[in-house]
Design a binder for this molecule. Structure first.
Ligand code: ADP
Length: 613
């Protein structure tokens, strides 16, 4: 057992506004203890040892998804410092205090067990103080130390401290903070940092370092059972199918019976590989590959469990921190990353946002950068999860912008939405198959995409006529019957555009359920939106038809005079001019209209489509 293991490790974060004296305070502690500076990598290495993670650097110490952000090349400004005293080792995440850096704070907080909140005795509780507390609390920190700094400038006033202590206690109640300690200090003079202050004899509590050395944070983990989120399915040869990932918690032995979620299938563990060697057991934190005694449906994102219960849902209530410069509007779609699962997700509703000053819950349609809110999220498909308090890694998530690939928000799951539990897809006796059979056809959605004027409506119309005359039952969805009907409350803003396509996809799916062959004619310029549509409608029924007409040609046709207007700047986000069109990467069908007349194109389309009909 190494020294660090016997002493235990405390991971904490320091939060404070600019000039509150954060650096001085940390500097003091480092100086007075047997400081060991280490860079972030070193610190993590040391921590991995303590966490008995096989000596490998355990990057999962940081919220997984936010780590991915680092891979995406975005600088996160968090400095990790390692230091040790006779009693304990410490890693402190030092984050800049500026409002702009809330994102960094969230990263630091996701890693820490305790937060040292610095405040200036003269200034008292600031907006920033509240925000920092809320973020720390949201990211799972259960221990707070308020270091009331610059006491020397108040003449070491007991009454001022008592006043602030009262404010802090009230704040703690408002924000439901647990385990709150308040210590009067002076970072510059060194009062109550590592040594008891002679200037504040009226204070009898512990000094900061002493408190950090002795505070017990072990009660934090409520994790039960064995949990292994599957990262990869490996198939080195035909005879072996292994499931690789890092054990989140608990242990596993060869022969144990496990359950695979979301399918709820059972199997026994046949073999366990840790690193390169075959073992008969493995424990929490170890990266493993396991194989099972029978064929089970497992892919990336599946979760293997034993002796615990996780939930499966497609709708949650969450608490999130919005980190994007662009405001969040309800209805916007993202990719949610939850443990090893990645799914399309939509923020359905902003239930309320927190007023940082009062803690009040404000109704709101939009969320601005650095705001915290409770929201409802719906997934395309369903995810395996748990409440953050029970299995943190299965309860924390990030939302990734589908276009920029940036992390727009991070948050935690509060609970699954009852609604989704209660809405079971009615098991009608008259199924889609029955309906389709009675119509004598296979339901499909032919999703036409292309620039304005490419020929989507013209071709979809002509093709529908042809299909109709051949006896097929069809329905055409286009701007006329959708934009002027069910979607007449939508404009052309990002959120509306996404919602427009989502509704079209849902309607197409319902019509497919009714047995119809659906043709849709919408520009649908973004790959992500079309992928979303494909997910909703189902891969097997979705035929993407790319009407490939060059911009010059569309502009020449200018059926509705829109290009001309766009060129004059009268339509700011017109696709192809002020806003991009992302051609499909692998459409089922491409039709080139340039130099071909409509009938020729329809002949070709029909030829292609026959194999799906
Ligand atoms: P979209 O629905 O893609 O905005 P439209 O169908 O409204 O486009 O307009 C396409 C225009 O291009 C029509 O005026 C149509 O007559 C003309 N056009 C010329 N050749 C073709 C072709 N091969 N296929 C479809 N449309 C064509």
């Amino acid at each position: 057992m190494s020294m660090e293991q016997t002493k235990g490790l405390l991971k904490f974060i320091t939060c404070g506004s600019v000039d509150d004296g954060k650096s001085t305070l940390i500097g003091h502690m480092l100086y007075d203890s047997k400081l060991i500076f280490a860079d972030q990598e070193e610190a993590l290495k040391l921590d991995s040892r303590v966490g008995s993670r096989g000596g490998d650097i355990d990057y999962s110490l940081l919220l997984d998804g936010l780590m991915a952000e680092r891979e995406q090349g975005i600088t996160i400004d968090v400095a990790y410092r390692y230091f040790t005293t006779d009693k304990r080792s410490f890693i402190v995440a030092d984050t800049p205090g500026h409002e702009e850096y809330t994102r960094n704070m969230a990263v630091g907080a996701s890693f820490a067990e305790l937060a040292v909140i610095l405040m200036d005795a003269a200034k008292g509780i600031l907006r920033q103080t509240r925000r920092h507390c809320q973020i720390c609390s949201m990211m799972g920190i259960r221990h707070f130390v308020f270091a009331v700094n610059k006491m020397d400038l108040t003449g070491y006033s007991k009454s001022r401290f008592k006043e602030l202590e009262k404010d802090i206690k009230k704040l703690a109640i408002d924000l439901e903070l647990e385990n709150v300690m308040v210590i009067p200090v002076s970072a510059t003079e060194g009062d109550n940092i590592t040594k008891r202050s002679v200037n504040m004899n009226w204070y009898s509590g512990p000094v900061l370092l002493e408190y950090l050395e002795t505070v017990d944070v072990s009660g934090q983990s409520n994790e039960e059972g064995f949990v292994l989120p599957v990262q990869r399915v490996t198939r080195p040869d035909a005879s072996f199918r292994g499931f690789a990932g890092e054990i989140e918690c608990g242990g596993i032995r060869v022969g144990d019976e496990i359950t695979v979620l979301p399918g709820d299938e059972r199997a026994k563990v046949k073999s366990i590989i840790v690193g390169d060697s075959e073992e008969d057991h493995a424990i929490g934190g170890e990266p493993v590959t396991i194989s099972l005694d029978r064929e089970v449906d497992i892919s990336r994102g599946s979760v293997i469990i034993k002796d615990t219960v996780l939930s499966i849902s497609s709708m949650f209530t969450v608490k999130l921190l919005w980190m994007d410069d662009e405001p969040l509007a309800a209805g916007r779609a993202f990719v949610i990353k939850l443990s090893t699962q990645k799914l399309p997700a939509t923020v359905m509703r902003i239930k309320y946002k927190l007023d940082i000053d009062t803690g009040d819950k404000l109704p709101s349609e939009v969320l601005y950068k650095n705001e915290i809110a409770e929201c409802e999220i719906a997934l395309v498909g369903s995810a395996v999860f748990d409440r953050f308090e029970f299995h943190p890694t299965l309860g924390e998530f990030i939302l990734i912008d589908r276009i920029t690939n940036m992390t727009s928000a991070c948050g935690v799951i509060l609970h699954s939405l009852r609604r989704s539990d209660n809405i079971f897809w009615q098991d009608f006796d008259i199924t889609r198959d029955v309906r389709a059979k009675s119509l004598g056809q296979k339901p499909l959605t032919l999703w036409f995409t292309g620039l304005s004027g490419a020929g989507k409506s013209t071709l979809a119309n002509a093709l529908e006529k042809r299909l109709y005359s051949l006896g097929y039952h069809t329905m055409l969805l286009d701007g006329d019957n959708i934009r002027m009907g069910i979607n007449k409350n939508l404009g052309f803003k990002e959120a509306d555009r996404v919602e427009n396509i989502r509704r079209v996809a849902e309607i197409a799916k319902l019509m497919n359920d009714a047995g119809l062959i659906v043709l849709t004619a919408f520009i649908s310029p973004y790959i992500a939106d079309r992928r979303n549509a494909r997910n909703i409608i189902g891969d097997g029924n979705f035929i993407e038809v790319y009407v490939n007409t060059p911009l010059e040609e569309c502009e020449k046709r200018d059926v509705k005079g829109l290009y001309q207007k766009a060129r004059k700047g009268e339509i700011p986000n017109f696709t192809g001019i002020g806003s991009p069109y992302e051609p499909p990467e692998e459409p089922e069908i491409i039709t080139d209209t340039l130099g071909h007349d409509v009938e020729t194109c329809v002949d070709e389309l029909l030829d292609e489509i026959r194999k799906y009909l």
